[in-house]
Design a protein around this ligand. Structure first.
Ligand code: G3H
Ligand code: 13P
Ligand code: NA
Ligand code: ZN
Length: 328
């Protein structure tokens, strides 16, 4: 059944687990997530970005997720709109039937430039007001996603925002987080702790100076009843990087957010963990391998089936590691 984000995250908090929120763009990704959730009896959060809407079209995206709700009636599913750049994007998603929206007011409506705190409070409170009147949940974001290694903040597309930001600007301030939650009434708060979108997060396996898990603990201590969200939380599996390279791909050395660090975050209020890149890497590796191994094949179902299986394994591993397996 289609449920709100609030319903799932309240249950996750009561039972001390976290939920991956997977980005979806097409049939195969949705089937992979649902097959994994069905096998381990996990609730599901699927989210569509602006890029996903541009790729698939809003109607296709929405109906594909609705098909998952119909095909798996025993699994609670959240249809979430990821990184809304303005209130109108969120209101359109609410109108078309999404059960949760993210108002990302950490950036201005151009999705490129860091916004002021007042702007963020105003647009987020505005969306909460509309969404809550129809039972839809709202995620807000405070702080700037981006690299503590380079000091670069990032735009929605994962590319560097203009200007070099200080260490402090890149991390969410616990006092400001408390004020933001009080003023906006958001159901969940995305925080900045040094992660960034995409495959190139860290140039080495992250330690506390570049991945600030400690900051999660400080925020949670200040707002223990707020559900926290980690963006840019793909783990960037080295085995899939190796397979992509082995079959002709070109991916530079890079590291993601280790699953053990996410598990530590879950102990301190992290309930939603956004993952897109890991599914992309697994599908790309599987497709490269399949096409290389069976050069006479020209039926896309063959390599897409292998891509789906690879994505499914990633999803299942995350459901199990975050503690949501068995919670549907
Ligand atoms: O927000 C970041 C997600 O990874 C979505 O990426 O805009 O390329 O769909 P996208
Ligand atoms: P990754 O690029 O680490 O998968 O993050 C996805 C994300 O945060 C989507 O909002
Ligand atoms: Na989101
Ligand atoms: Zn994100």
């Amino acid at each position: 059944a289609l449920v709100s984000l609030r319903q799932l995250l309240d249950h996750a908090a009561e039972n001390s687990y976290g939920l991956p929120a997977f980005n979806v763009n097409n049939l195969e990704q949705i089937q992979a997530i649902m097959q994994a959730a069905d096998e381990c009896n996990s609730p599901v959060i699927m989210q569509g970005s602006a890029g996903a809407r541009k790729y698939a079209g809003e109607a296709f995206l929405r109906h594909l997720i609705a098909a998952a709700v119909e095909a798996y009636p025993h699994i609670p599913i959240v249809m979430h709109q990821d990184h809304g750049a303005s209130p109108s994007v969120c209101v359109n998603a609410i109108r078309s039937g999404f059960s949760s929206v993210m108002m990302d007011g950490s950036l201005q409506a151009d999705a490129k430039t860091p916004s002021t705190y007042e702007y963020n409070v105003n647009v987020t409170a505005d969306v909460v007001n509309t969404a809550h009147s129809v039972g839809v949940s709202v995620e807000g974001e405070l702080g700037c996603l981006g690299s503590l290694e380079s000091g670069m903040g990032e735009a929605e597309d994962g590319h560097g925002a203009e200007g070099v930001l200080s260490h402090d600007q890149l991390l969410t301030d616990p006092e400001e987080a408390a004020d933001f939650v009080r003023k906006t009434g958001v159901d969940a708060l995305a925080i900045a702790i040094g992660t960034s979108h995409g495959a190139y997060k860290f140039t080495r396996k992250p330690t506390g100076d570049i991945l600030a898990i400690q900051r999660i603990k400080e925020i949670h201590a200040r707002i223990p009843n707020t559900h926290l969200v980690m963006h840019g939380s793909s783990s960037v599996p080295q085995d899939w990087l190796d397979i992509i390279r082995q079959y002709g791909g070109d991916i530079k050395e890079t590291y993601g957010v280790p699953v053990e660090e996410i598990q530590e975050g879950i102990k301190y209020g992290v309930r939603k963990i956004n993952i897109d890149t890991d599914i992309r890497l697994a599908m790309t590796g599987a497709i490269r391998r399949s096409l290389e191994k069976d050069k006479s094949n020209f039926d896309p179902r063959k390599f897409l089936k292998e891509a789906t299986a690879a994505a499914k394994d990633i999803c299942k591993a995350r459901f199990e590691a975050f503690g949501c397996a068995g919670q549907a």
